[in-house]
Design a protein around this ligand. Structure first.
Ligand SMILES: *[C@@H]1O[C@H](CO)[C@@H](O)[C@H](O)[C@H]1NC(C)=O
Ligand SMILES: *[C@@H]1O[C@H](CO)[C@@H](O)[C@H](O)[C@H]1NC(C)=O
Length: 337
């Protein structure tokens, strides 16, 4: 009952906030209702929509089990929601076959907050972000870039596909739907300004950025230079704790040598096993070249991250104390002065 009424409240809040967002050029700001003093729990999955194939259904089953055990608040998707070519329209049966018919567990009947990946941009992007999909399945909250406040955590969802220059200059056989995005430079300038302003306004204990593309990765796609140059300085400047992405079909944790930011890749929602490993110049903490997903729990003091595989085994269990992080940061600042 509680979960049910919470999602009705969410749906209403989403509807109201859409109206508010239309009145200004700022990013849409959603609130996820939370119970004061309760930790926030969520799952993160990416690169999944293959009509159940390539073990998408098996990963979905394990997500259902974990979501039930920890009683999650919501699910985050890091994009490439519908492979290979996004959705063709709001009536595309892929929406049923790759989403509604796959994530059927009762515990996953919570809001899903989704960003778009490069494969989503190969379909009709306006269809995938059309609120009409919410009438078919009210869980599906997909937008280009938006803010989600959930008590002690603010999530900053960033549309990273337009950053990659090669999709514009060298698309090959692929067609990208740039309606509402082109020209690239103006779009990115405005987006970075809006993200920076929203982060500066945020008073949340934790700040988490979510995008499709890798910032740091040791797998097939490697680091995304455009994001390191353009988005990373904004995250550093605003003391963002984590950047969570998909794009590489694996599970990764990489920590930064020059800032407290932690990078997590959760892109193992279906097809995986690329067999590529290339070390970059940051610090690799964990890499699994296979299917799975991430579970995240946050309270005032600590964050807990667990990566699960297709069997539901916990592969990696990592925690961070917010108090320690602050101490490290402030003593570094004192040392500089
Ligand atoms: C699905 O998972 C099973 C168990 O790990 C594995 O044997 C199989 O190769 C996987 N299939 C694909 C297509 O990845
Ligand atoms: C993760 O580690 C914590 C303690 O460090 C432990 O309490 C918890 O049971 C572990 N969770 C899993 C799923 O292994």
């Amino acid at each position: 009952m509680a979960a049910c009424s919470a999602s009705i409240v969410t749906a209403m809040a989403v509807a109201l906030l859409f109206l508010a967002a239309m009145a200004s050029s700022e990013l849409t700001h959603l609130e996820h209702p939370v119970v004061d003093g309760e930790p926030l729990r969520l799952l993160v999955v990416g690169d999944w929509g293959r009509k159940g194939g390539y073990n998408q259904s098996r990963v979905a089953q394990q997500m259902g089990k974990v979501a039930e055990e920890v009683d999650i608040d919501f699910v985050v998707s890091t994009g490439d929601n519908f492979l290979e070519d996004g959705l063709a329209s709001v009536d595309d049966m892929g929406f049923h076959e790759s989403f509604m018919d796959v994530y059927t567990a009762k515990s996953l009947q919570k809001p899903w907050y989704l960003v778009l990946g490069n494969h989503d941009y190969r379909g009709d992007v306006l269809a995938q972000i059309d609120p009409a999909l919410r009438k078919i399945d009210s869980r599906f909250i997909c937008m280009r870039s938006f803010i989600l406040s959930a008590g002690i955590v603010d999530f900053f969802f960033v549309d990273t596909t337009p950053f990659q220059i090669k999709y514009w200059t060298d698309p090959g056989e692929d067609h990208y739907d740039w309606r509402g995005v082109a020209p690239r430079d103006a779009y990115i300038t405005n987006l970075l300004k809006d993200v920076d302003a929203a982060m500066k306004k945020s008073t949340a204990r934790w700040k988490i950025a979510v995008g499709h593309h890798t910032m740091r990765s040791v797998s097939a796609h490697g680091d995304t230079q455009e994001l390191l140059e353009l988005l990373l300085p904004v995250l550093k400047e605003n003391d963002v704790d984590f950047y969570i992405n998909g794009h590489d079909h694996c599970l990764e944790h990489i920590s930064s040598r020059d800032s407290p930011i932690q990078y997590f890749t959760s892109g193992g929602g279906s097809k995986a096993w690329r067999g590529i490993f290339r070390q970059n110049d940051d610090k690799l903490e964990f890499f699994y070249d296979g299917q799975g997903f991430l579970s995240l729990e946050l309270n005032e003091k600590e964050a807990h991250i667990i990566f699960y595989d297709v069997f539901g085994h916990a592969l990696y269990n990592w925690s961070l104390s917010k108090a320690n992080l602050h101490k490290v940061q402030s003593s570094a600042r004192v040392a500089e002065e």
